[in-house]
Structure formats: structure tokens, C-alpha cells
Design a protein around this ligand. Structure first.
Ligand code: PBG
Ligand code: ZN
Length: 338
């Protein structure tokens, strides 16, 4: 009989033989930035997550740094929207101003990632420019996204983020060719050192609900299934990832994370490129809400810490090098103490 329990008898023995250890340095904290001053607005669907005005974001990021986290990803809420996404690449857009302020305050001590998409900036809420409809009756029933028109806007957004000082731009609209188009535009304009994190395998997931409330990016009609991936597919995920590598992505991503650990594992096995996993809003809210409820026994206080760290460790064990999670700051605090 193999006595496998021998290595589990004490914490010291377990720690000694632990294969995967979550590191604070691999965590990325997402933030929602809005216009205004002195605003720290709670998001109902995401307990513990806020929309910050720029001044408050700076204070918050100071705390994040003290917790030991050195990377963040920004999502913007523009004051106004239009269907061309003009505010997404404006020099004085909400993200551009926030990135400049963060760079001024924290310099290179912070790895700043910006989400490059249109859904938060268009009135219809889709991630791209809509194709003109031929008159087809009164109501708009079908719609389609113009891939190449969208690319033209995405490159402008990415360039404006790079100009503001973003270290990594992360196109998330799932347009074909988005990484290549952005790489070319950045290089042409002297930003060859700005990195690209592709949202390579982004699934049309039901776990994005709370995010859409937070970012005000829900779509007015239709769904995202014609551009985000079908959750029944894994070969296609690998093809998406391969395309991103060929197009010049520096970091790849699988999103969501928890229901997609198989994709993370396969991607890591196949490709020797830094891999990120996005532990998305719905996954976060599920855990938060569960931990706030009373279904578990009273003696299991600390369940949230244990549960969150179990999930994040599992994502790392599956093969993620970088984990984007709304738990980043809290997890860093917990990890420091263990
Ligand atoms: C924008 C974007 C979304 C998320 C990240 N970037 C929403 C979406 O595609 O609808 C989701 C993040 C989360 O749920 O935490 N395209
Ligand atoms: Zn989008």
C-alpha cells in the first residue's frame, strides 16, 4: 500500500510538497473608471467592487500597491456614447486621462493594462461597428458587425491608450485580425514597446452579467454569439489562440476561467507564450454572494478566503501564468499572511 497521507500530516509537510503556489505578482486587479470627482460608487451586482472617479482611483491604487499587487486592467465608462465609439479614442477620454494620471503617480512600478473594445462606448452596446441594415421591415431583428470597420476603430483606441502610457493594450472585441491590426498601428507610430494581450479565447459567456451592469455595456438587442466563442468548442479556442500568436500577441488569454480550465490546460500545454486567465465578474459575484449568505455553518468563518484562494490556485494549476481577478487585492492580503 502506498502511504500517500505521509506527506499531508502537518502544514509544514504540506507546504513543503505543494506543487502550485499562488503568487501576488501574477495577479491583475480590474477597475472601472468613470468621470467626475470624489466618486466611489458601489456596484450592486458585484459586492466590494466600485466605479471610481480618477482622483479616487489614484487613492485606491495606492492601497493596491501596498497590498503588493503591481498590475491592473482598466475599463472606462464614458460620459457620453455614440455608435462610432468616438469617446473611446478621444485624447481626453476617461481611460486616457486615468492612464496618464496613473503613470504620472506610479511610473513603471505599475503594469497598466487597458481593455480595448467598443461595447462600453456604443449606444447599442455591441463590441463593434454595426453593418448598415437594408430596410427589412419596421424592427431591427438581425444585425451584424462590420469586422473591418471595427478594426479601424480598435486601432485608434489602442493607439490612444499607448499614447497615454498603457503598458499593455488588450483588445477584447473578438474581431478577426484585431491583434495584427493593432500591432501594425502601434509599430508605425513608434510604440513598438507597448505589449498586446489578446483576449484570444473569449467565450460568449453568461458569466459576464455583473460586468455589463458595472460598465454599462449591456447590449440593447441581440447577443454576442456571432463574435464571441461558442462554449461547446475547444479546438476553435486553440485556433483563436494560435491566430493571436501569429498576429503578434505577447500574452494570450482565456476567458472566463473557472468553467474553462480545460481550455487553459490545453493552451498551456500547446503554446509556450505567457497565458492569462480572466476570472470574470459572474464568477466573482457567485463566490461573494455565496459567502455573504448563511448557507454554510457558522464555524466556517474564513470560508471566503479559503474558497477564493482555492479557485485562484486551481486556475494557476490548470496553467495560467497571470490571473485577472476582482479578488486580486483581497487575495494579496490573504497571501501575505500565509
Ligand atoms: C468587453 C469586456 C467584457 C468583459 C471584459 N471585457 C464584457 C463582454 O464581453 O460582454 C467581461 C469581464 C467580466 O465579466 O468580468 N468586451
Ligand atoms: Zn466588448
Amino acid at each position: 500500500m502506498y502511504k500517500l497521507k505521509r506527506l499531508r500530516v502537518s502544514k509544514a509537510m504540506r507546504d513543503l510538497t505543494a506543487q502550485v503556489n499562488l503568487g501576488i505578482h501574477n495577479l491583475v486587479m480590474p477597475y472601472f473608471v468613470r468621470e467626475g470627482k470624489k466618486i466611489r460608487q458601489p456596484i450592486e451586482a458585484m459586492p466590494g467592487v466600485f466605479r471610481f472617479s480618477r482622483d479616487e482611483l489614484l487613492k485606491e491604487v495606492e492601497q493596491l500597491r501596498l497590498a503588493g499587487v503591481h498590475s491592473l486592467i482598466l475599463f472606462g465608462l464614458p460620459g457620453e456614447k455614440d455608435d462610432a465609439g468616438l469617446k473611446a479614442y478621444s485624447e481626453n477620454g476617461v481611460i486616457q486621462k486615468a492612464v496618464r494620471a496613473l503613470k504620472k503617480n506610479f511610473g513603471d512600478e505599475l503594469a497598466i493594462i487597458t481593455d480595448v473594445c467598443l461595447c462600453g462606448y456604443t449606444k447599442h452596446g455591441h463590441c463593434g461597428i454595426l453593418k448598415r441594415q437594408k430596410a427589412k421591415g419596421k424592427r431591427q431583428k438581425e444585425f451584424s458587425i462590420d469586422n473591418d470597420e471595427t478594426l479601424k476603430v480598435l486601432v485608434k483606441i489602442a493607439l490612444s491608450h499607448a499614447r497615454a502610457g498603457a503598458d499593455i493594450v488588450a483588445p477584447s472585441s473578438m474581431m478577426d485580425g484585431q491583434v495584427q491590426a493593432i500591432r501594425q498601428e502601434l509599430d508605425k507610430n513608434g510604440f513598438s514597446e507597448t505589449a498586446i494581450m489578446g483576449y484570444s479565447a473569449k467565450f460568449a459567456s453568461n458569466f459576464y452579467g455583473p460586468f455589463r451592469e458595472a460598465a454599462g455595456s449591456g447590449m440593447k438587442f441581440g447577443d454576442r454569439k456571432s463574435y464571441q466563442m461558442d462554449f461547446r468548442n475547444s479546438d476553435e479556442a486553440l485556433r483563436e489562440i494560435e491566430a493571436d500568436i501569429q498576429e503578434g500577441a505577447d500574452i494570450l488569454m482565456v476567458k472566463p476561467a473557472l468553467a474553462y480550465l480545460d481550455i487553459i490546460a490545453k493552451a498551456k500545454e500547446r503554446f509556450a507564450v505567457p497565458l492569462a486567465a480572466f476570472n470574470v465578474s459572474g464568477e466573482y459575484s457567485m463566490v461573494k454572494t455565496y459567502c455573504k449568505s448563511t448557507v454554510h455553518s457558522p464555524q466556517s468563518t474564513g470560508i471566503e478566503k479559503e474558497l477564493a484562494l482555492e479557485i485562484l490556485t486551481a486556475i494557476k494549476r490548470a496553467g495560467a501564468d497571470i490571473i485577472i481577478t476582482y479578488y486580486a487585492k483581497e487575495a494579496a492580503g490573504w497571501l501575505k499572511k500565509t
